[in-house]
Design a protein. Structure first.
Length: 115
């Protein structure tokens, strides 16, 4: 069984109520990947792992292009694996809704917004 437990330095986010972890995973010398997994009931599961050859990321534009493509692949995997089929349970009001809204927060350029 593959190890899908993220390292301590992984970026962890809450997506559709699940913890998603994303990090750089070394495959072999000169070949790495961005690995994404999610936790469900204490078990970590595979989401996506777009790989790359370090030599191909020779400048900022190529690196950013790869990163954007990797995020698209990860987002597609998240939609497939985690998005509730019925639209999810969105609380209507009260503390439950506040807690749900807190789970929707994102940080962009050091500004917290509702995602």
């Amino acid at each position: 069984m593959a190890n899908h437990v993220p390292p301590a330095l992984a970026k962890k986010l809450t997506v559709y109520g699940k913890t998603v972890a994303i990090w750089v995973q070394n495959i072999f010398d000169g070949n790495d990947s961005i690995k994404a997994t999610y936790e469900d009931n204490g078990t970590w599961h595979f989401l996506a792992q777009p790989d790359y050859y370090v030599a191909n990321l020779s400048d900022k534009a190529k690196t950013d292009e790869y990163f954007d493509e990797a995020l698209q692949e990860i987002n597609t995997a998240i939609e497939t694996a985690l998005k509730p089929k019925d639209g999810g349970d969105e609380p209507e009001n009260g503390s439950e809704r506040i807690e749900w809204l807190l789970g929707q927060l994102i940080v962009t350029n050091n500004v917290v917004t509702k995602g």
